[in-house]
Unconditional design. Structure first.
Length: 268
C-alpha cells in the first residue's frame, strides 16, 4: 500500500515539530515537506533535526504552493493571518486539509468552509481523543441539567499563547450551548471585570489563565446550589494533539470533499 504523503504548514512551530515526530511514529504515512514563515530561524534546516530526531533529509522551506500541490494531505498549525491564503490554495488543488489553527475571524473561517467544497477538510479546535470525549460529555451534561446549573469554563495555557479564550474552551462552550439548545453568542460571558452585577441565569462564563509551559487544561463546571459537577481534561504534552491530527490526516484518504470534525473521526 502506498503511504500517504503529508505536508506541514507551520513546521518550525511548537506543534509543527510535534507533528514531525508524530508522523515519524505513525504507520501508513510519510513526511513530504514542511513550510514556515521566511522570518523563521529554522529556514533551510533539516525538519528531523528541528524536531529533535535524526535528520530527515528534508529542509524547512517557504514554498507553500509547491507543498500543497505535491502532498496528499496538508496539516496546518500556523497563525490566523495566513489561513485564507492556505484555504484558497487547498480549494484550488483539492488537497485534503487538516487544520488546527485557532483564533480565527469570521472571514478566515468562511475561507475554510469554502475550501471544503472541493477538498476533504478536517477542522478541530483540539485534536486530542480525551478533549473530544469531554466535548461529547459536556453536550450530554448540559442537555441533562437545567438552568439551575450555572456553566463556567476555565482554561489554562502556556505563556506564549496568543488567543483567548482558547479554541478548545470555545468549543466546550459551543458543546454546552448545543446541549442546552441555545445560541452561544447570546449567552457567552467572556470578560468579567469590575462591578459586573450578579451572574445572569443561563449564561456560559469563560475564565482564562496564562503561565508557564502548560500544554492545555480545561474544565467545564456545572454549579448549582449545594452541588457541582466538573468535567476536566489536562494535556501533559502537545504530542496528543499531533497524534490526533495525524490520525485525522490518515482518515482523509479516499474521503469526499466536505467539512469534518474530530467527532466524525472518533464516532462520538
Ligand atoms: P507556534 O507559534 O509555535 O507555531 C506557529 C508557526 O506558524 C510558527 O513557526 C510561525 O512562524 C508559523 N507561521 C507563521 N506564518 C506562516 C506562514 N505564512 N506559513 C507557514 N508557517 C507560518 O504556535 P503553536 O503552539 O504551534 O500553535 C499553532 C496554532 O495551533 C495556534 O493557533 C494554536 O492555538 C493551535 N493549536 C491547536 C491545537 C489543536 O489541537 N487544534 C493544539 C495546539 C495548538
Amino acid at each position: 500500500m502506498t503511504e500517504l504523503s503529508i505536508g506541514i504548514l507551520g513546521a518550525g512551530g511548537r506543534m509543527g515539530r510535534a507533528l514531525v515526530r508524530a508522523i515519524n511514529d505513525a504507520e501508513g504515512c510519510v513526511l513530504l515537506g514542511g513550510v514556515d514563515a521566511d522570518t523563521h530561524a529554522g529556514q533551510g534546516k533539516d525538519l528531523g533535526t528541528l524536531a529533535g530526531l535524526e535528520p530527515a533529509g528534508i529542509a524547512l522551506t517557504t514554498d507553500t504552493r509547491a507543498l500543497v500541490e505535491a502532498a496528499d494531505v496538508i496539516i496546518d498549525f500556523t497563525v490566523p493571518a495566513v489561513i485564507e491564503r492556505h484555504a484558497a490554495l487547498v480549494a484550488e488543488t483539492g488537497t485534503s486539509y487538516v487544520v488546527g489553527t485557532t483564533g480565527l475571524e469570521a472571514a478566515q473561517q468562511q475561507a475554510i468552509e469554502a475550501a471544503a467544497e472541493t477538498a476533504a477538510v478536517i477542522q478541530a479546535a483540539n485534536f486530542s481523543l480525551g478533549v473530544n470525549l469531554a466535548l461529547a460529555l459536556t453536550r450530554q451534561a448540559a442537555a441533562a441539567l437545567g438552568e439551575e446549573f450555572d456553566i463556567e469554563i476555565v482554561e489554562m495555557h502556556h505563556r506564549h499563547k496568543i488567543d483567548a479564550p482558547s479554541g478548545t474552551a470555545l468549543a466546550l462552550g459551543q458543546a454546552a450551548a448545543d446541549g442546552r439548545q441555545v445560541n452561544l453568542d447570546q449567552v457567552a460571558d467572556r470578560g468579567r471585570d469590575g462591578i459586573t452585577g450578579a451572574r445572569k441565569r443561563g449564561d456560559i462564563g469563560f475564565a482564562v489563565l496564562r503561565g508557564g509551559n502548560v500544554a492545555g487544561d480545561h474544565s467545564v463546571v456545572f454549579a448549582a446550589d449545594d452541588e457541582r459537577i466538573e468535567i476536566t481534561h489536562k494535556a501533559a504534552d502537545r504530542m496528543i494533539f499531533a497524534r490526533g491530527a495525524v490520525q485525522a490526516a490518515l482518515w482523509t484518504s479516499g474521503r469526499d470533499p466536505g467539512l469534518y470534525s474530530m467527532q466524525d473521526i472518533l464516532g462520538f
